[in-house]
Design a protein around this ligand. Sequence first.
Ligand SMILES: *[C@@H]1O[C@H](CO)[C@@H](O)[C@H](O)[C@H]1NC(C)=O
Length: 997
Amino acid sequence: MLFSKLVALLSATLVLASSKPRSVQKLNIIRDTDGLQTNVTWDEYSLMINGERMFMFSGEVHPYRMPSQSLYLDILQKVKSMGFNTVSFYVFWGIVEPKRGVISFEGFRDLQPFFDAAMEAGIYLMARPGPYINAETTAGGFPGWGTYTPSLWRTSNTTYYEAWQNYVSTTAHILAENQITNGGPIILVQSENEYTGWAPGYSEDFTYEAELLSAWRTAGIKVPITFNDASPEGHYLTVNIWGYDSYPNGFDCSSPYTWASNAVPTYFWSAHEEYAPEEPNAVYEYQGGAFDGWGGSGYDTCAILTGPDFERVFYKNELATSTTYLNLYMIYGGTNWGGIAHPGVYTSYDYGSAIAEDRTLREKYYELKLQANFLRVSPAYLTTRPMNSYSNQGAFTGNQALLTTQVLDVVGNQTGFYVIRQANASSNAMEMYTLTLPTSVGNLTVPVLGGQLTLDGKDSKVHVVDYAAGANTLLYSTAEITTWATIDGRDIIVVYGNAGELHETAFKFDGTVPAATVVSGSEQLKSETINSTNLVIQYTTTGQTVVEVGSDVLLYILDRANAYEFWVLYPPTTGAYANYSTADPILVKGGYFIRSVDVSGSTLALLGDLNSTASFEIIAPAASSAQVTFNGEPLTLEKTSYGTLTAEKTVSLPQVNIPTLESLTWKTADSLPEITPTYDDSSWTTANHTTTVNPTQPSTPVVLYAGDYGYHTGNILWRAHFTSLGAETGFTLNVQGGSAFGYSVWLDSSFIGSWVGDAVYESYQSSFSFPGTLSKGSAHVLTILQDHMGYEEDWTAASDDFKAPRGLLSYSFEGSNATTVDLWKVIGNLGGEDYVDTTRGPLNEGGLYGERQGWHLPDFDDSYWADGLPTNGISSAGVSFYRTTFELDIPSGVDYPMAIVTTNMTTNPYFRSQFYVNGYQFGKYVNSVGPQQAFPVPQGILNYNGLNTLAVSLWAHENEGAKLSSIALEVLAQVESSMAAVVNQPMPPWTPRPGAS
Ligand SMILES: *[C@@H]1O[C@H](CO)[C@@H](O)[C@H](O)[C@H]1NC(C)=O
């Protein structure tokens, strides 16, 4: 009521929102989107959903990187149970409109299952439809046809403007239907992406920005429009809620324990106050992991670089800037299956995220849960301001090695949050300190009962002062709070510290001070009444200790490992937004993952996943927990002396039969008939363009850029027909394909050489000798097979970097400058932009003969092929294809993620392979570059209950040939699971492929 009145009253002042006065007005003016809607509003402190302030703790998930759509719910529920309420996602223009004017949201590209899963998980969505997204995707999300569309992209240039119209309006309509204003999950839409840097001579194009804003609104976007500056530099300030990105620990996963001494950002608050003082401090991408490139050190190292210690230090530092919108990129990375990747990343996009590529949970997940649950129950934080951002060294502690930022609730009752960290971020020193804090009862030096607090190396803490927890007020707590909940009239307060640390929690009472009694655990408390109405409790955080403070407080004192085990769950209410409720929390300790809770009558139904036998403690209203079920089975309950429930649940992890792939029958066929004398390439595309709009102007008589002929992904074959002048001794060529690409060249049927590729070169010039002299007037053909690692991104606006061609940059005949190519032919994926497999999309298959023929697809008749394994391989340079089938019969009720795994081959190491599972390309392997050897394939792409087809391509770069060192199907984790049944993605079988030759 008050809220809607306020909005009405202020509608006259809404013009302020768009004109962005630079003067700092602390008016607490609630803004909407110029009267379009009132569901999502904001002021200078936070976002509000239907008037309720929220810390938007968000994680990035890309639907297109998880094509098994029935797993969306599992991922989003994992995000939700971590205490998050929002997910941010990109839409990838290049896969939606691979042929200009033909837009398809078919199959895995359909966004509706993602929206539906968000509603079911109770997760809000921020949509980021680009049109440019970066995202380590090929061409940064631009469609391949963009590479031959003239004029600078990411500007207001008319040609580009016309190019994005169709995509933006079609996509925006789909998003609009799923906005919160229409009963959907979308609360924000981002325009462009990191539009922050420009090629020399160009600058921020305000016309382009305005055109996009207008296009979103015209197509029906009513929720606030946001923008993420790549770093806080004040670009695109005309959006509703401006914000920025930051990756402060960088991407060098090979030195994961090394942090720069000044790695923790310190200027975000001043930047926010300079650029968007009337909006919430919003960080739309904050480092949640790191990507890893070809030849990199692997995602396990990225998970260390951005591990729990990183999460503590860097995310708590965001609280020192009163950030109230925090999106972690990535929270679930997924897979660059097919041709999704740009050359800077390989097949896995695990990202070292809290939720791994195979959907298992890293320790990072549990650390984040501690922080997210705290923010959810700390509304005072939502109206805070940092009070001493630039004078925090030694503040409150007197210890110059420590920075303490005071963050005060300036609207409410002055609740204080004291964020403490090392001044030198790289320090591993154990710092001792006491805190002298202003409190509502005057200054106190904490610990009051003696001793010192500790900050051990790469750590950070949030100490609270005058903090409301239900009916109680904590005068202060040095142990951090992960949650509190009022259950059956009792305030359950859960605090934690590192094992063995000294801490104090003090309660502020009005009158009589009750006693503190240990009711569980071995901890010895020290307690004392100070100022006659305040009770100070001192303890160390070791294991779990439960303390009753009078009759209406239950204080859980935990070490970190015990705190990790706490889950905060909310029973659904009714209606479409039932799963968004944050009322009536239920606390559960134990279990690898608790997915949800439901209450019906006196029964509490828990759904969860276990990887070992669980001991639960359940804190729930007595009336709704007379019986408790776990995944539908009743638990045998016992009651603790202090009124909570405990139960054991044995885990059930059935053995499964996984086929030994190397024991199966495999079929093999040659996949390079192009080098046989009778091969006919007449149906290929003739490469005969003499001009191109590409910024890289050709130095060859005809344009030899695959993209100009509509081939944008995977392997590309070129054929150069020439007539000998009798003097040629060899061939020199410069081929470009992106980092880790390679190529091989044949003269007629003779192999003449390869560039085997490495992580450094995006293009490479080689000279190969002909095996003998050619007779004058004889006709020959050179066959060039090259890899395409994706297009470059277009990070720098107005650079057109994404147009960097894939193909031949130059060539010449050794010994005979006058020799010319009479005819150039090129082929990539069958059909090019008129790609054949609309289910698996435009990037799934490349131009190898076997791919053009559909040999990677289920049901292709390989009965006439020879027997042969990829681990036997081939004995000369060339390409071969291998196929096998196997059955799986995995019982329901488990989540056993699997991967195709190979190992490094050290003899004859120069080869590359692709792994196709039921026609979906889920692995691009370059043996000599690496690092990836395990290629997770999600359930639903892998058929867990029936037949699977595995196809492998093997391209040997050297005369000695090549073979895979090994190939296996491995179970990556065994989890008893409550996830919804997985429905297989469509796996259309082979059908005749007209035109494939
Ligand atoms: C959006 O706001 C309107 C007006 O206050 C309200 O009636 C409606 O229920 C809200 N929608 C949602 C999904 O919360």
